[in-house]
Design a binder for this molecule. Structure first.
Ligand code: AHR
Length: 540
């Protein structure tokens, strides 16, 4: 690489920590040379790591603000084009993402949800309240059948969270029987009468949500007792589904960050799991962590500058350390990594947009969020042996959304584009990469300048995801490949004029992927990354 320096770099403390952490995972080569404007990435395509589970690209749709109503569901009588009440534009856009699973109905909403309110003729469903999110009326017109139709229409799978906080094991067990049994029970007949004689497939089940807080303020020991009871009685009642190798995976509530409170939570659940008896089990432990910097959320989602860009990205990189903390505890009790860590709520949480309804969690989505999404997806991929599920919060109109709707119009966000660009990484095999990240400094914040992951798909195609965090400087990347002979490379890049560039109804493609020029020279792929950009390349 032109201008490459061959000396040890002295990192400021924050960056040194990060680079050492990443080096432990074998992904970054710390302390070697870097050049001001060029970085070399070594990829040994003959080596392979864990499968990057497609479930890392999961989504989360809660009854919150306009996440469901207006965002997904407009009702069959709406002038907005829809199929059985689900908006066609949103469904078509989500199909492109190959969403592997959708977590529903919450969130905090899940622990106040009573499923019977959401079945039966639309006009006869009771209006209830949504106390968590603005105290608004919940019409229950989007319920069990509408959700299952939705996951079917977008080509996804259901991740249902049952009500542990204010519900009973009986209520949750009945819901699963209603959904899954193939036998002619009263609940199966009711399901058939409501339009679906065939049993549904529920591959993922969440046992509660944040039961340490909005899910009932439980201690870890109290939740553990609930977990044992619910795990015992809330079954997939469909033996045919149990036998096809795709049994229903149960996700237990896990920690909400790091620090003693949260490590104790993981300790209690994992220790009990190790010593469990035959009659209860779990398959994953959840982790919730938002990029928020301070609580209540205060950062603006629009109209911010480079300082807030750097602060938010610094904060988001804490995800790596939090995963490491809980993975280490899980390794102690589960060295074979049977239990997955499911980061089933993550993303940026900013101050609500001025003029939006309190409790509706409406924020804009900028180029910063696209970079934030790529950095987190890269972290999950590096931890793919343990992290086998993740759900960004949330799918439409809420927090770090894929899509924002405005009546009959729809806008794809920068985060949507990253998820679309990363589709080839779903179920691909992680390929270790070695590089010196370099540094990007703004004020007193120093971050790794470049991030990269590589993976090989089922057809043998090598995929590279390259992020230039630096808000101002482009960087020339040389990817040196071993184990494959490249003949061509092509791909797309996502960037825009400013760190706070957004897409709007008036200007929907301000932040949109565009083709990028990459060349092959011998065993190297050469590409220039624009400042503040995410690039995905295929190498054949
Ligand atoms: O995603 C919004 C809320 O954040 C969820 O309902 C809750 O689980 C978390 O605290």
């Amino acid at each position: 690489m032109p201008g490459r320096l061959n000396h040890r770099v002295s990192y400021p403390s924050a960056i040194r920590l990060l680079v050492v952490c990443l080096a432990l995972s074998g992904s970054v080569h710390a302390g070697t040379a870097m050049a001001a404007d060029s970085i070399e990435i070594a990829v040994d395509a003959a080596r392979s790591g864990a499968k990057i589970d497609r479930n890392l690209f999961g989504q989360f749709a809660e009854h919150l603000g306009h996440g469901i109503y207006e965002g997904l569901w407009v009702g069959p009588d709406s002038p907005i084009p829809n199929t059985r009440g689900l908006r066609n534009d949103v469904v078509a856009a989500l199909r492109e993402l190959k969403v592997p699973n959708v977590r529903w109905p919450g969130g905090c909403f899940a622990d106040e949800y009573h499923w019977r309110n959401g079945i039966g003729p639309l006009g006869e469903r009771p209006a209830t309240l949504n106390p968590n999110w603005g105290g608004v009326i919940e019409p229950n017109t989007f319920g069990t059948h509408e959700f299952m139709d939705f996951v079917d229409q977008i080509g996804s799978e259901a991740f249902i969270s049952v009500n542990v906080g204010s519900g009973t094991p009986h209520e949750a067990a009945d819901w699963l029987e209603y959904l899954t049994t193939a036998q002619p029970t009263a609940l199966a007949k009711e399901r058939a009468a409501n339009g679906h004689p065939e049993p549904y497939r529920i591959p993922y089940l969440g046992i509660g949500n944040e039961n340490w807080d909005c899910g009932g303020n439980m201690t870890p020991e109290y939740y553990l007792q609930q977990l044992k009871i619910f795990s015992r009685f809330v079954r997939n009642f469909n033996p045919a589904q149990q036998q096809d190798g795709r049994r229903m995976l149960k996700v237990a509530v896990g920690p909400g960050g790091d620090g003693p409170r949260w490590t104790e939570w993981t300790e209690v659940i994992m220790k009990a799991w190790q010593g469990r008896q035959w009659s209860w089990d779990m398959d994953a432990l959840s982790l919730h962590h938002y990029t928020v910097v301070r609580w209540p959320p205060a950062y603006a989602s629009v109209g911010f500058g480079e300082t807030e860009y750097a602060q938010i990205l610094k904060s988001t990189l804490e995800m790596d350390g939090i995963i490491r903390t809980h993975s280490a505890i899980m390794d102690k009790y589960d060295p074979k990594k049977q239990i997955a860590l499911a980061v089933d709520e993550w993303g940026a949480w900013y101050a609500r947009l001025p003029g939006s309804t309190e409790g509706f969690l409406v924020q804009q989505n900028s180029l910063r969020d696209a970079i934030l999404a790529a950095l987190n997806l890269n972290i999950f991929a590096r931890h793919a042996e343990r992290v086998r599920m993740a759900n960004i919060a949330q799918m439409v109109n809420v927090l770090q959304a894929m899509i924002m709707t405005d009546k009959e119009k729809m806008v794809l966000t920068p985060t949507y584009h990253v998820f679309r660009m990363y589709v080839p990484f779903q179920d691909a095999t992680f390929v270790p990469v070695t590089f010196d990240a370099g540094t990007y400094t703004h004020g007193d914040i120093t971050l790794p300048r470049v991030d990269a992951i590589a993976a090989r798909d089922a057809d043998g195609v090598l995929w590279l995801a390259l992020t230039n965090v630096d808000a101002n400087r482009p960087v020339d990347i040389g990817v040196r490949l071993a184990g494959v002979t490249p003949t061509r490379a092509s791909g797309e890049t996502l960037t825009a004029a400013a760190v706070d560039s957004v897409n709007t109804v008036e200007a929907p493609t301000t932040v949109a992927p565009r083709p990028v020029t990459a060349s092959v020279q011998g065993d190297q792929v050469m590409v220039t990354l624009a400042p503040k950009s995410v690039t995905v390349l295929s190498v054949r």
